[in-house]
Design a protein. Structure first.
Length: 283
């Protein structure tokens, strides 16, 4: 069997649900959401930033930007939520440590399924990155060196940006210093069998069209791929698959011991953690 791929006979609805339902796998996920919202509310009230900057006409075409004065380094973050939930406002807690390091941070919202498709969400990610590259400096944040990071669905969006058609990117991609997809999905073949597919509306063909593991990157910056060591076997496989297929551009694969699908974000936030260090070194 091909490394890091799964046989089609193994993909049953029950198996996919066990592997991909992260809220069931982490019963205490609600406590993480509550803490993220509480801490992010404090950050949004106390850390100087530009909130709800519009990059498009939809109410979710919005960006929160926290500038680091005098810096040309910018971390762009795409949140998770299975392309159908959550909000950028929940993740501002990630910003203070990065701003203290001299790195501005932008948090991106995008439209959600089932109002739109995942293909439309990829379009939003491209539009947001183009807007940030063109406008961040007028909002007080340099963007000469950009690292694009994302968690879960956002991890997929990082990969999709790195594989986007070159004519879709409206700026010199040498400004992109790296990518950090965290706990992403890059092989969509199991998702038509997932309960969340009621919103995603994938069939075999549309899932295959979203796959990234067989595509070539069009942005040549290095990537640091990460996943929690306590995540499901499938989420670990997904990151291993991308690291294998996009080598040597994937410079490091971090399987972070003891971290599950929600706690893994702490490794990006905390100075001294291997993932934080790897992301910082991309600049």
């Amino acid at each position: 069997m091909e490394p890091f791929r799964i046989p089609a006979t193994q993909i049953t609805a029950a198996w996919v649900e066990r592997e991909y339902n992260n809220r069931e796998l982490v019963p205490e996920h609600g406590a993480f959401f509550e803490r993220w919202e509480r801490d992010s509310r404090f950050v949004r009230e106390t850390l100087p930033g530009r909130l709800d900057l519009a990059y498009g006409p939809h109410v979710r075409h919005r960006i929160d930007l926290f500038p680091a004065a005098g810096s040309d380094r910018l971390l762009v973050f795409f949140h998770g939520g299975y392309w159908r939930g959550l909000d950028k406002s929940m993740f501002a807690w990630l910003a203070p440590g990065w701003v203290a390091e001299g790195v501005s941070v932008a948090f991106v919202n995008y439209r959600l399924c089932p109002e739109v498709s995942i293909v439309d969400i990829v379009d939003d990610a491209i539009a947001a990155l183009n807007w940030i590259a063109a406008n961040a400096s007028t909002e007080g944040a340099g963007a000469g060196r950009i690292v694009v990071a994302g968690h879960s669905a956002g991890g997929h969006l990082v990969g999709a940006l790195f594989a986007a058609a070159p004519d879709r990117i409206a700026f010199d991609t040498s400004r992109i210093a790296g990518g950090v997809p965290i706990s992403g999905v890059f092989d969509f073949s199991p998702l038509p069998h997932f309960s969340g597919n009621a919103d995603l509306r994938l069939d075999a063909a549309s899932a295959r069209a979203l796959d990234l593991h067989g595509r070539r990157t069009t942005i040549g910056a290095p990537l640091a791929v990460a996943v929690g060591g306590a995540e499901s076997g499938e989420f670990i496989r997904q990151s291993r698959l991308l690291a294998d297929r996009w080598a040597p551009q994937v410079e490091s694969l971090h399987i972070l011991p003891g971290l599950h699908h929600f706690s893994v974000l702490e490794a990006l936030a905390e100075r001294g953690q291997p993932l934080h260090t790897a992301a910082l070194e991309l600049f």
